[in-house]
Write a protein that binds this ligand. Structure first.
Ligand code: CTP
Length: 224
């Protein structure tokens, strides 16, 4: 762990992994995020000297060495509350989690049984947008978002950067072979007046490159 790295003296909050939205005591809505990218970013940020608080959805990953605090959560609303509690005095927020966009409107405390009425119809309601909420805070930390896109990657990512008022957005193309649940990845970094491609690499190497770019943009914004 370096106290002299590019993020020495910086407090970073990072969320990672999926969220699970419970339907009943045995079923949930989830997604294919493994949390590997977010955990690799947390490890790289520690190595760059940051004090890292890691808010993790349900993942099977060990805490990277040197992480100051890890908070495990399950649902998007729990993740939102844990992130907001961790944000006081934070300089950087990195939203690497694949937060479920929706949850079921009515959680059933009893297991839903098959019956003559046929298949249940689930009503969904929107979850809080953690990234947009952090970006709207005052004082506002340096905010980094991720975007997983299947098509028109750059155009969709730039729209998301503006809509969610982000400093930096890391976009990745998702298909069957790359992006979610895989061990390597490629990222398109996008900011207000520029972009840069971080070529396909293992998640740990890519996370180091990403954290170096985050540090450079963070310090440039502070100098501005
Ligand atoms: N995100 C979040 N809270 C949500 C949904 C998303 O914090 N409820 C964050 C993710 O962690 C990621 C970024 O927002 O950093 C992009 O998420 P994504 O779901 O791709 O974007 P959306 O704005 O939901 O747009 P769409 O689903 O239409 O692509």
């Amino acid at each position: 762990m370096s106290r002299e790295g590019a993020l020495a003296g910086v407090k970073a909050v990072i969320d990672a992994g999926p969220t699970y939205e419970d339907i009943d005591p045995v079923r949930f809505l989830g997604n294919r995020s493994s949390g590997k990218m977010g955990f690799a970013v947390a490890e790289a940020a520690v190595q760059a000297g940051a004090e890292v608080i890691l808010i993790a959805g349900p993942v099977a990953l060990p805490t990277p060495p040197g992480v100051a605090r890890r908070v495990d959560v399950r649902s998007a609303r729990q993740m939102r509350d844990a992130v907001m509690r961790a944000m006081d005095g934070a300089d950087i927020f990195i939203a690497a989690a694949a937060v479920a966009d929706w949850r079921v409107a009515d959680y059933s405390a009893r297991k839903i049984k098959k019956g003559p009425a046929g298949a249940p119809v689930l009503e969904l309601v929107e979850n809080p947008d953690i990234l947009a909420e952090v970006a709207a805070r005052d004082p506002r930390p340096f905010v980094v978002g991720f975007a997983a896109e299947t098509d028109h990657v750059t155009e969709h990512a730039r729209e998301k950067l503006v809509r969610k008022k982000l400093d930096l957005l890391a976009a990745n193309r998702v298909d069957e072979n790359i992006g979610i649940g895989t061990d390597d990845n490629a990222l398109e970094l996008i900011w207000t007046d520029g972009s840069e491609t971080l070529p396909r690499a293992g998640k740990s190497e890519l996370a180091k490159a990403l954290v170096a770019r985050i540090a450079a943009h963070y310090h440039a914004r502070r100098r501005a």
